[in-house]
Every structure is written in C-alpha cells, then in structure tokens.
Design a protein around this ligand. Structure first.
Ligand code: CA
Ligand code: CA
Length: 663
C-alpha cells in the first residue's frame, strides 16, 4: 500500500511560537489565558513545606506559593490543593495540633489570607487538606481529653481503661472489634489533671506513700504553720504548697490543681537537694487515684497523674495520631468533635478557602459497616456546604481520599461530590508499561458508570501519583516518552485532573512501601537554582540528584523537548477546548477493546455538553501504527505528541505518540 505522509506542523498555541528566535535568548514564553478561557478544572497538589521558600529558612511558606502563582497560572491550574496548613507534630502536617490556626513555619494568618486573595485574582481556588479521622498527639483537644472523664473533650477520642470490654459493650460505636495494635498508652508521661484533688502523704511506715483521690470537700490553701515541713510541688508552672499535719507523720491537703503532669513531695521549700525531694520510683511513676504510691528519693521521678486505672487511646495510624470519636453515625453531626471541626472549617471558608481535600476518609468509621463513612461524609459535606452557600451561588468543592478500587470508591459519592480515582493511575501505568491501550476506555467508562449510579454529576478526580505513592517516573522507568504520554492521557480523559508537585518536572522517587522513604516522593521544587530549594523540612531525606539546576523549572522551560513543555501544551489544550475540559468519554467505533490487532491504541471521543467533540488517539506501542479513521475529521488537530502524520483518512502515530482532533 502506497502511503503519503504529511508531517503536520503543530498549530501555534502560544504567543511565543510565532515569534522570531533571537540567538541566545530563550524563545519560550509561558502560555497565558484570557479570562474564562481556563476551563479544564486542573488542580495542582502542592506541599507547602517543599514548594517554594520566600524567606530563605529552607522551609516552604505561604509567601513562596504566592510568588509562584504566575507559574501555576501558566501551567493551566485553576485550583491548588495545599498540604495541611495547620500547626502539626510532623513536617507533613497530617497530625494536626490545632485546626483553627495556621502553622507559623509557613507564615501568619495574614500571609495565608494574602495567598488566597492573590490566587483568586488569577482565577485559582484554594483547597485545604483536612484530616477528619485523627489529630496529632500534640493536639489541643487531645491534651484536654487526656485529663480524664471530667474533661469535656474526653469523649472526642476513644479513651478507655478497658478497650475490649468497652467495645464489646458498645461504648464506642465507631469500632466493632478490639484491635490491640491500635490502642496506645495515654498515661505514661502524658496525663495531667485539672480539678480538685485530695492528697495524703504517709511517712509513718516503709515505704513512705502518697495517696491521691478526687475530692468532695472544699479546697484549701497552703498551710501557714511554718513548723510543718512537708510540701507538694504542683507543676506546671510549679508552686510549693505546705500541707497540714493530720496525724503522726501524716500530712494532707485538698487542692485545686491545673497541671499537665503531676506533683513531687518535698520536705523543704527552699532546697531541691538531698532528701528533700520525694518522687516516684523509676518505671512506676504513674499514680493511680485511690491507690498508695510508694515514694522514693532514689532517682525520684515526677509523679504523673493517672486515672483510676491506666488508660489507652485508639489511634489506627499509630501512637502519634489519636482517632477522633464522632459516636454513632446517625448522630455524628451533633458530636462535639464534629461541631468543633466544622467551626474551624467555617473559619477558613469565611477567609476565602474554596474547598477541601479530605484525608483517609475510609478510616473514619474503621469497621466500614455499610455506608457509615459515606453517611458521615454526607453530614460533613452538608454542614460545610451550608456555610459556603451563605456567600456563594455554587456548591462547595470537596474531594475525598478513598484509597481503594473504583467499585469501593463508588459508594462514597453518596457523601461527596468528588473522589480521587486511584484506579485511573492503576490502569494507566499498566497501559503504558504493557503497551496495551485498547481496554483503557472500557475500564474508565465502567468506573464512571458506577459513580454516576450513586451521584449524577459525580466528579472523578484523576491523577497520576500523590505524596504517598512512588513517583510516576519511577513506575515508568524514567522513560520520558512514557511520562509525556501519561500527561497527555491525564489531560484528555474525562474527569478533573490533579498534577502533583514535581510530576511536571519528571521527578522520580520510591515511597516507604517500595523500599524508599516517603520524603523521597516529596522532593522540593527547583525553580531556577537548586541552592534555594526548600529542603529544610525533610530531615535530610532529599534525593539531591533531583535538586539540580538542570531539572529546574527554568531549565525545562527553555528546553522544547522537556516534560514541562509537554505539560504546558496539554494543559493548554484541555483548558481551551471544551470537549476536553468538560467532555464525556465514549469509545471509538473501530479502535476499542474488541480490536486486539491494534491493542496498543487507546482512542475515544470527548463530547462536551455544548456539543463540542474531539477525537483523542494515543499509541502506547513501541512501533508506529497506521490507523484507518474513515469517518473521523483529521483536518483540525488541536495538539499532538511524538510523531503524528495524516494522509487522507489514515493517521500514522509513532511510538508513544498522541493526537487530538476537533470534530
Ligand atoms: Ca520559609
Ligand atoms: Ca477512625
């Protein structure tokens, strides 16, 4: 067969493409968008701590993000998903100390507000990452809850002296079975007390003891009889209180205490030396109310307040992340934890935040009975949306992380308008590495059908990888042609795509589950110079082979063959073509799952509500293919990748080549 190839020149998409190149000058100008043109619903996931550092302390911050909004705008991004912005125990922020504040490492609340306003001025929305399953161990509510049943926050967590019995008795409706690995000591070195206590120190025998009980009687003040040399040192901030002698070598006092730890016993209020300090024996320093505690001067330990029996708390992700307790799902929205969290979300929405990404939602009701999590999320969404709708005419955006296969994700659309589609990448990496594209459309449309059955208008949040996954480049063998095609798939498929920080630069890295470290998939952006990269919060766990000027944004912008330039082209195509931006995906009549002769081809139509239609064709094979596209219009190519030739009704696609044609 005689074939005629005519290599199509790409339509000039960017202003720069039509310009004369001056030697020595970079010929590239970033894409720019007219108002309303950016319709692709592309979100960029960024890690505040490693995106951009504005003040040279090595830690990314709000002002750093603000300074890169031009870049994000040119990348075609219409929303940012920020890693958790709250004060947190760890660098990554998923163990929140206080949901109502911003992490001072990242700047002030005014800085955050300025970022929101500057983003809005460019048509970029801000989504906050909210962790509803658990807090950090350093959380302000947990600090209160640990003080015991008298605390109004006690019930906001799962805290118990006998978890298995309490679960069996139905006291923790969120849990159906006792998993000892999820329960951690709340007491040792942790618990304090606020309230009225009675102290009795008995020096009449051996060992000397102290007994503490909850007090009914009136509180006393420090004894003024200076002949009594027996004191309690009550921290924190710490004060010596003189006790009352109530018998031979017996001393007592009833006190109102507010201490994060406990007490010491002293026989002098002026000296800490020698025998004046009586504490607890090493390894046994948690005092149980009502039980005498042996006192010791040998390596005397701080006496910590316990509870009638030692308590444990439930933390499914480990001893540093206590799970929140919302009670039975039927009344979750009236629980204290729910209402307090919702009030913090209100604050951020009032400040201008446009949406939320919800972490680990399948773990909230850990038993996953029936629809508990989707029902909980429905209540959460409706509560937040009611606040949002006070000032907006559209509904709030909220996307859930349900890290499961699509059939398990589908029920979550009962609660949320959007969920991440982890299967998108699961399928796409198989397509690219197996060089088999013919099943992709059938798989994807199958998933979407399941979502739509639960929620008409369900938004599939598509993505390659995120901060918890081995990087796409590592999965694809750092093959640039495959990485470019992954971007082309992401920007031509139905859904609302996410680009993860560094993905557009081709960052590689293996996560902790793959023999690497989680930090290695959270590498800082390199803008112009590696020397300013925000490496400071990653504890030295940075793959410095990525942090180079050669991989930087500046270098890739100058390189026509770079992955970043491919991202610019394909995000631009998605943003400016309504068929790609909001289209529904449908199979091609000839190149589909039935055509295993051309198994390397993935082809589909995207059809927008406004009637705009595009033909999308990808060849993931290592060899060129000739495709007979009689019946399709090949004269109006929107964007292409690799080697693309059209001759009459024949399209030749080279290895890892893609094209989109307006119909
Ligand atoms: Ca900084
Ligand atoms: Ca949970």
């Amino acid at each position: 067969m005689k074939r005629f190839f005519c290599i199509l020149m790409l339509a000039a998409m960017f202003a720069a493409c039509g310009k004369e190149k001056n030697p020595g000058e970079p010929a590239f100008e970033r894409p720019s968008y007219a108002s309303g043109q950016k319709q692709g619903n592309i979100t960029y996931q960024l890690l505040i701590y490693s995106f951009a550092d504005s003040d040279g302390d090595g830690i990314g911050d709000f002002n750093g993000i603000k300074s890169k909004l031009d870049y994000l705008d040119a990348l075609g991004v219409s929303a940012l998903w920020l890693s958790p912005a709250h004060p947190a125990d760890s660098y990554h922020g998923y163990d929140v100390q206080d949901y109502s504040k911003v992490n001072p490492k990242y700047g002030t609340e005014a800085d955050f507000k300025a970022l929101i306003d500057a983003a809005h001025a460019k048509g970029i929305k801000i989504y906050m990452d909210y962790v509803l399953n658990h807090t950090g161990k350093g959380n302000v509510w947990f600090a209160e809850a640990k003080k015991g049943p008298a605390s109004d926050k006690f019930g906001w967590f799962h805290i118990s002296s006998n978890p298995s019995a309490d679960i069996a008795a139905g006291k923790f409706p969120m849990l159906t079975s006792y998993n000892s690995g999820e329960w951690h000591d709340v007491t040792v070195g942790e618990i304090g007390y606020t309230g009225r206590l009675h102290f009795k120190v008995d020096f009449s025998g051996t060992p000397r003891t102290m007994t503490v009980t909850a007090a009914d009687g009136a509180a006393q003040t420090s004894n003024t009889d200076t002949s009594v040399n027996m004191f309690l040192w009550v921290g924190e901030p710490g004060q010596a209180v003189r006790m009352y002698r109530t018998g031979t070598d017996i001393y007592e006092i009833t006190l109102d205490v507010d201490t994060p730890w406990g007490v010491l016993v002293r026989t002098s209020d002026t000296s800490w030396d020698g025998g004046t300090k009586w504490g607890a024996p090493k390894g046994a320093n948690v005092l149980i109310f009502g039980e005498p505690l042996a006192l010791s001067t040998e390596d005397a330990q701080d006496i910590l307040f316990g509870s009638p029996t030692p308590m444990k708390f439930q933390g499914a992700f480990g001893s540093w992340m206590p799970d929140l307790n919302y009670g039975p799902v039927s009344t979750a929205s009236s629980s204290g934890a729910f209402q307090a969290l919702a009030q913090t979300a209100d604050k951020w929405m009032d400040m201008g935040v446009d949406g939320f990404r919800l972490d680990a939602v399948k773990h909230i009701y850990s038993a996953e009975r029936g629809n508990e999590n989707p029902e909980f999320l429905r209540q959460w969404y409706e509560r937040c949306n009611s606040t949002f709708r006070r000032t907006h005419s559209s509904d709030l955006y909220m996307v859930g992380e349900v890290w499961m296969g699509s059939s398990d994700v589908a029920p979550y659309y009962k609660g949320l308008p959007a969920c991440f589609e982890f299967d998108f990448w699961e399928r796409l990496k198989w397509v690219l590495n197996q060089r088999t594209g013919c099943y992709f459309v059938k798989d994807l449309t199958g998933y979407r059908k399941a979502y739509a059955a639960v929620r008409p208008g369900a938004i599939a949040a598509t993505k390659l990888t995120n901060h918890d996954e081995t990087r796409a480049a590592s999965i694809l063998g750092r093959d640039l042609a495959k990485l470019k095609q992954a971007a082309a798939f992401l920007m031509t498929a139905e859904g609302e795509p996410y680009i993860y920080q560094g993905e557009e630069l081709g960052y590689w890295g293996k996560d902790g589950d793959d023999g690497g470290r989680d930090e290695l998939v959270r590498t800082p952006m390199v803008w112009e110079s590696a020397s300013t990269a925000a490496t400071g919060d990653l504890g030295g766990h940075v793959d410095m082979s990525l942090v180079t000027d050669a991989i930087s944004v500046a270098a890739q912008e100058k390189d026509e063959e770079s992955l970043l330039r491919t991202y610019y082209e394909w995000t631009y195509a998605r943003n400016t073509c309504s068929a790609l931006a909001s289209g529904k995906m449908s199979s091609h009549g000839r190149y589909n799952e039935s055509n295993t002769l051309d198994s390397s081809v993935a082809a589909w139509y995207m059809t927008a509500p406004d009637g705009a239609k595009a033909l999308v064709v990808h060849n993931v094979g290592a060899s060129p293919v000739d495709l007979d596209l009689d019946g399709d219009k090949l004269s109006d190519m929107l964007v292409s990748l690799g080697s693309v030739s059209v001759s009459g009704t024949t399209l030749e696609l080279g290895a890892n080549s893609s094209a989109v044609f307006r119909q």
